[in-house]
Design a protein around this ligand. Sequence first.
Ligand code: 0X9
Ligand code: ZN
Length: 439
Amino acid sequence: MAEENGVVSYAGFQVWKIKPSSEGDQQFILDIIDSYELELWSKRRMARDPMDVKVPPRSQTKLKSKLAERKISYVVVISDLQTAIDNQKTKVNRIISNWKPAYDMDWISYHTLNDIYAFLTYLNTTYPKLVQLTNIGSSYEKRPLYVLRISNSSSAGTRPAIWIDGGIHAREWISPAVATYIIQQLVEVPANAKLLSNVDWYIMPVVNPDGYEYTHTKDRMWRKTRSVSSTSSCRGADPNRNFGYKWGGLGASTNPCDDTYRGTTAFSEPETLATSNFIMGKSSQIKLYLTLHSYGQFGLLPYGYDVVYPSDYNDVLALVNNAASRFVNYRYTVGNTAALLYAASGGSADWAKSIGIKYSYTFELPDRGTNAFTLPASEILPVCQDFFPALDVFATKVATCCGAVNSTTTVKPLTTARQLLDDQQPNLDPRPQLRNVLT
Ligand code: 0X9
Ligand code: ZN
């Protein structure tokens, strides 16, 4: 890959949507991934689902004829990835030109980690009654890991709570953008006060700050953390393969050079360790776990480590269907993670479910692959505005759903809790309950 001043260039790279018409076609494409240096970006692994593939310049001609040989059709969705990356930096003009916010944050452009952290700090000093910013640990490169609690209660920390995180995967820029939008709406918009009336919120907009910073400075398509390996020159683990439930099972690589590398052990990455410890400490309070990723427009339910349905799957599904009915402009497909996409173990939402958080969801935000990770900045606000109303459904449920909060709960050691939950492995309900919402 070409580099200029240590910055990776994607000039000439394309993204193709390839359309297999059989399982054989799909396997054929999977088999040539490595030899053609392709990267598979799309989610669904059902035969005949289109496959989004990043294609380097030197493979384009031979891939074209290889696909023609088998009569597999495709369209080029991104004709030059570097141009798409550069275009993402284009600012949409502010509609009200004399509007000057108190912080360098908006939802018409993508922001650096500095901007996001300055925004969190601003809120913390400006709204001390409503907001509490906690540094829950440090990333591998020693950046702070911030969680913002939003609560209008004098006994904050004792009410049912919703956890939202973003930025687990570095290149999925729409995720921190939506997480920060939610923060801004909850904190600064009086009309949203009802969302705070019975529920506390914990929001961590950037779980993987090292990776996020790296996508802004060196490699826009970086996904993982930035930890150094003792056995390989490749860096980083996939944080969403590093959580300690069914760690190292299906869909998690043992190769440090892979994008789905599981890490050396469960919670080997300081980012997943600090996040999980914080959530564990609040596990009697947190009734709903929501993790924001991109792309694809899916609402995903545990489990993802394999096609396994927890015994309360129908409750969890009913709530997300209800929430998804609030979406107007973007349609999300809802269902069991592994059934809908692929099996992948060590994901955060599986882990959250495993520690007893009944409602646990992974959302793959827009789009469906026309812009992929390079979603134009002009789409940020529409995506945020479409998503936000669903939170009302979640908050209403969480206020009453799941029993009292035990404010004296102490942090349980991870291994004990994990073993306990492994032992309690549910009556696995094999019924496929895929449901397409609004599609
Ligand atoms: O593969 C992932 O980690 C997620 N997709 S992404 O393109 N954003 O990387 C899906 C995670 C679903 N959860 C589990 N499989 N546990
Ligand atoms: Zn992701």
